[in-house]
Design a protein around this ligand. Structure first.
Ligand code: PGA
Length: 254
């Protein structure tokens, strides 16, 4: 599946992280996801934890993973080939919660290559830790993009989904929400950098999604004013009512 689809196509990516804790909650969420249906121009991608990977979803929902290993000698992890065998079509990589454990940009790049080789769509997280007043945050993002895209073929570039996730806006302890205007500013910076490194019109068509404290109240604003083509949702994705409401909002957008 190519990520560089029509600009009107939208992605809703659910990152369940290490949740839910109980089998009872798992069953509840699973049943709820089974009822989720999205319009043709909206792709819903559920990314459960690895032990919950083998789950049945409705036909309208893709299954993704939250990470991948590049080596077979990786106790506690799983490879891109295993993801394919388990039916995963997408995989989040470079999430800030994994970078906190020591993952580097080079590791993320290697994971991206490994996914591209097997046909799994990489959802590559980039994001600054701080919105400093001197604008260094733009340099962080430009550097991450250059490193990621360097050496890729055009076809490979076209398969990547970029997830802009400002680290300071993620999770229950987020310093504050990232506004749609701040998101739009970063999308411009990302597109500007992509023009430098991605040949031709593709730079304008690579999918960018936003993640960080997205819920049913603010989802529409990121798509309408934030300039992104989709959302990466953490906490709110465990609440099927919120997911349904977000899907409806996204479907109703122009
Ligand atoms: P959050 O998480 O929506 O709970 O802030 C987003 C993410 O970490 O991808």
């Amino acid at each position: 599946m190519s990520s560089s689809v029509k600009p009107t196509h939208k992605f809703i990516i659910a990152n369940w992280k290490a949740n839910p804790a109980s089998l009872k909650d798992l069953e509840k969420i699973q049943k709820g996801y089974f009822t989720l249906q999205a319009a043709k121009h909206v792709s819903v991608i559920a990314c459960p934890s690895p032990i919950h990977q083998i789950l049945e979803f409705s036909k309208g929902v893709y299954v993704g993973a939250q990470d991948v290993s590049i080596s077979g000698n990786a106790t506690g992890s799983w490879s891109a080939a295993m993801l394919v065998a388990a039916g995963a079509s997408h995989c989040i990589i470079g999430h800030s919660e994994r970078r906190l454990l020591g993952e580097t940009d080079i590791d993320v790049r290697n994971k991206m290559y490994s996914l591209l080789e097997t046909g799994v769509v990489p959802i590559v997280c980039i994001g600054e830790s701080l919105r400093d007043d001197s604008g260094k945050y733009a340099t962080v993002i430009r550097h991450q993009l250059r490193l990621l895209f360097n050496g890729l073929t055009v076809a490979q570039m076209g398969r990547i989904i970029i997830a802009y996730e400002p680290v300071w806006a993620i999770g229950a302890k987020a310093a504050r929400p990232c506004s749609a205007v701040e998101c739009a500013e970063m999308v411009l910076i990302i597109r500007e950098e992509l023009i430098r490194i991605v040949p031709g019109l593709l730079s304008q068509h690579i999918t960018i999604v936003y993640g960080g404290s997205v819920d049913s109240d603010n989802a529409g604003s990121y798509l309408l004013e934030g300039g992104v083509q989709g959302l990466l949702i953490g906490r709110a994705s465990l609440d099927v009512y919120q997911m349904r409401s977000i899907i409806r909002t996204v479907e109703s957008l122009p």
